[in-house]
Design a protein. Structure first.
Length: 123
């Protein structure tokens, strides 16, 4: 692997790591904020829909963690294929795409959690 490829590979890893951190941070932060709100203002909201939103955020954190594992597996598979001079890079590509899909799903769960939380306020 030449220097340009190494730099591109490292850049891809860095971007993936930032996306994972962001995904975990927004879902985890939303869950913590929701728990705090539920503890202080529970009489103003429908707790059932807030609990659904909390489940969305918590599941988003878990799925982000799975996405992180998948990205790690993709990196290891790519390096294995390179070290063994294998022509096929499909195992790493598939694992990387699974990681991207999981992080995207995590962000979708964040959006769903926001929607559910917004429906919880009593009018």
């Amino acid at each position: 692997m030449n220097e340009a490829q190494k730099e591109q590979f490292q850049s891809t890893i860095d971007v993936g790591l930032q996306v994972l951190k962001t995904s975990i941070l927004i879902n985890g932060g939303a869950a913590i904020a929701l728990l705090t709100f539920m503890g202080n203002k529970h009489e103003l909201v429908n707790l059932a829909t807030l609990i659904t939103a909390l489940k969305c955020f918590a599941t988003g954190v878990f799925i982000s963690a799975l996405g992180g594992f998948s990205c790690y597996a993709a990196q290891r598979l790519h390096l294995y294929c390179i070290s063994k001079n294998l022509k096929s890079r499909w195992p790493g590509i598939i694992a990387g795409n699974v990681g991207v899909l999981l992080v995207f799903l995590s962000l979708c769960l964040f959006a769903l959690g926001i929607k559910e939380a917004s429906f919880s306020f009593k009018t």
